[in-house]
Ligand binder design. Structure first.
Ligand code: 5GP
Length: 210
């Protein structure tokens, strides 16, 4: 079967914990209807204000194991002692419907998604400085031990920033969102995503009696 050209692509946004990906994602989805959040699964307990199916699919360890064993996860990782995984179906469904599935997952996950969907656009979101990152973690009422764990992970993740295609500074929410929308605009103009239009024009030219 001929592969149908897709104008859109999955987008992965990674950032150190506290880097602001949740806020950026919420604003992005609110103001640009091309994007849809691709909900992932986790075994971690729900935080106040979170909802099942909106922020995550909150699953038990047993359910997670079954999803993983039946090959329904695009990738999975243990982050800060909890299991997280991206259901293939969520990404594929959104692509089929013509949206840009947005995943806010860790750096290792970003690599796995890119391996399976090479057309994925990868964005690393960077907080302006360490003080801002620490302040955000404290505001989230993370315990001092959790803050230490997350900063240790951030130390490892920052070394992986070179894997990503785009860097977005998250000093102002609106600025970060606008940068991500610009990235999507540019990516949509890639020749590799517009071959159908080129071919259509080529066919019209061929019909010309010159
Ligand atoms: P949190 O518990 O703070 O919501 O997320 C912890 C980390 O797990 C964050 O870096 C988040 O982006 C990442 N994460 C969330 N879902 C997934 C997933 O499905 N796969 C991977 N690899 N990481 C995820």
């Amino acid at each position: 079967m001929k592969k149908k050209e897709r104008r859109y692509f999955p987008m992965v946004i990674s950032a150190p914990s506290g880097g602001g990906k949740t806020a950026v994602r919420a604003k992005l989805l609110e103001c640009d209807k091309r994007f849809r959040f691709s909900v992932t699964c986790t075994t971690r307990p729900m935080r106040p204000g979170e909802a099942d199916g909106r922020d995550y699919y909150f699953v038990t360890h047993g359910q997670f194991r079954r999803l993983r064993k039946s090959g329904r996860l695009l990738e999975w990782a243990r982050v800060h002692g909890n299991l997280y995984g991206t259901p293939i179906a969520s990404v594929a469904r959104l692509l089929r419907k013509g949206f840009i599935p947005v995943m806010t997952i860790d750096v290792k996950g970003a690599r796995s998604v890119k391996r399976i969907f090479p057309e994925t656009v990868t964005v690393f979101l960077l907080p302006p400085d360490l003080a801002t990152l620490t302040a955000r973690l404290k505001k989230r009422r993370e315990s001092p031990e959790n803050i230490r764990i997350r900063l240790r992970t951030a130390k490892k993740e920052i070394k992986e920033a070179g894997f990503f295609e785009y860097l977005v500074m998250n000093d102002r929410l609106e600025g970060a969102v606008s940068d991500i929308r610009k990235i999507a605009d540019m990516e949509c103009m890639r020749v590799s995503r517009r071959r159908t239009e080129i071919k259509r024009f080529g066919r019209q030219l061929l019909r010309l009696k010159l």
